[in-house]
Design a protein around this ligand. Structure first.
Ligand code: GRG
Length: 309
C-alpha cells in the first residue's frame, strides 16, 4: 500500500499563463517544422502529417523540454522550441498510427476527425512513417542552432530515439496490443506504461537538460522526475478515460471497448486518483533531491494529475 501523502506542495507559478505562453511558442515552432516538411514531402503525405502535427494537443512534451532547458540554465534561444517540436513530431506520428483501424481504430482525436478518416489509411500510415526520420533531422538542426557540440547533439538524438523506440514507446505499444483482453498486474502495467507513455516524456526532459549543458546529476534527476510524472500521466489518462466524455476529452473513451487493463480497473477510481498524486509528489521530491530548483517543472507535475483532458 502507498502511504497517504499531501497533495503536491505547489510553488507560486501561474500555471495557466505558463501553458498559454509556452503553447503559443510551440505552435510557432510546429509551423516552422511543417514548412520544412513541405519542402521534403509530397502533398499526399504532407496533408495528413500537417493535420496530425498542427491539431491542438496539450504540447506537454515540448513544454517539458523547454522548461527543463531553462531549469538547467539554458538561455532564451527560441531554437529550443524547435527541439521540443522535434519530439512532438514523434508524438504526432504515434497518435496517427495508434488511431489506425489496425490499432485502436479511432475516428476522433483532439476534437477533430483522425487523419486516416480524412486522408485514407495508406497515406496516413506513410505520412506517420515520414515523421520518424524527420524528427531526428529536425532535432539535429535545432541542436546545431543552439550551439550544441557533436557529443551533445548525438546524445540528444539518441535520447529521442531511445524514448521513441523498441525499449520505449514502440515497445510499450507492442505490450499494450498484446495485453488486450488480458489481466495485467500492477508491475506489468507500470512496465508497459513506463515504456509507452513515460519514455518519451522522460526523453523530453532529458533532451532539454542536455541542450542546456546540465550536469550528469541533473540529468539523472530529470530522468527520475520523468519516470514519476510519466506514470502519473498515464494513471490520470485512465481516470479520464473512465470518467470524462468525448466532448471534454476530444476523443472517444476507449479502454473499456478495447478490453484493456487500466489503473482504474486495477485499483478503482479513488485509489488510482491517490496513486497519481503520490507519483507526482515523489517525482517532485526526486527533482528537489537532485538539486534542481524548478518551480515551473513542479507546477507541470501537478498539471499532469489535475488536468481535465
Ligand atoms: C509498431 C507496435 C508498434 C507501434 C507503433 C503507434 C505507436 C508506434 C505507438 C503509440 C503509442 C502511444 C499511442 C502513445 C501515446 C500515449 C499517450 C498518453 C498519448 C496521449 O498524449 P497526450 O494526452 O495527447 O499528451 P495530446 O493530444 O494532448 O498531444
Amino acid at each position: 500500500m502507498i502511504a497517504d501523502r499531501p497533495a503536491i506542495d505547489r510553488p507560486a507559478v501561474d500555471l495557466e499563463a505558463l501553458l498559454r505562453d509556452e503553447r503559443a511558442e510551440v505552435e510557432r515552432a510546429l509551423e516552422r517544422a511543417c514548412e520544412w516538411l513541405g519542402d521534403e514531402l509530397p502533398d499526399e503525405l504532407l496533408q495528413p502529417a500537417r493535420h496530425a502535427v498542427l491539431s491542438r494537443g496539450k504540447r506537454l512534451r515540448p513544454i517539458l523540454c523547454v522548461v527543463a532547458y531553462r531549469a538547467c540554465g539554458g538561455g532564451t534561444d527560441p531554437a529550443v522550441y524547435d527541439l521540443g517540436a522535434a519530439i512532438e513530431l514523434i508524438h504526432a506520428y504515434s497518435l496517427m498510427h495508434d488511431d489506425l483501424p489496425c490499432m485502436d481504430d479511432a475516428d476522433l482525436r483532439r476534437g477533430q476527425p483522425t487523419p486516416h478518416t480524412l486522408f485514407g489509411e495508406a497515406a496516413t500510415a506513410r505520412a506517420g512513417l515520414a515523421l520518424i526520420p524527420a524528427a531526428s533531422l529536425w532535432a539535429l538542426r535545432a541542436s546545431d542552432a543552439l550551439g550544441a557540440d557533436d557529443g551533445v547533439s548525438r546524445r540528444i538524438v539518441r535520447e529521442l530515439n531511445r524514448g521513441a523506440g523498441a525499449g520505449g514507446m514502440v515497445g510499450g505499444q507492442a505490450l499494450d496490443l498484446l495485453g488486450e483482453g488480458q489481466h495485467l498486474d500492477s508491475n506489468e502495467l507500470d512496465r508497459l506504461h513506463g515504456m509507452k507513455t513515460g519514455a518519451l516524456l522522460t526523453a523530453s526532459l532529458v533532451i532539454g537538460g542536455l541542450a542546456a549543458g546540465a550536469s550528469e546529476a541533473s540529468i539523472a534527476g530529470l530522468e527520475s522526475f520523468g519516470r514519476g510524472i510519466g506514470l502519473a500521466f498515464q494513471v490520470t489518462d485512465d481516470i479520464l478515460d473512465a470518467t470524462a466524455v468525448a466532448a471534454d476529452l476530444g476523443k472517444h473513451p476507449s479502454d473499456g471497448v478495447l478490453d484493456k487493463s487500466t489503473y482504474v480497473s486495477l485499483y478503482g477510481l479513488e485509489e488510482a486518483t491517490r496513486r497519481a498524486r503520490v507519483l507526482a509528489e515523489e517525482a517532485t521530491e526526486a527533482l528537489r533531491g537532485a538539486g534542481i530548483d524548478a518551480p515551473a517543472l513542479i507546477a507541470l507535475a501537478s498539471y499532469v494529475v489535475e488536468r481535465k483532458r
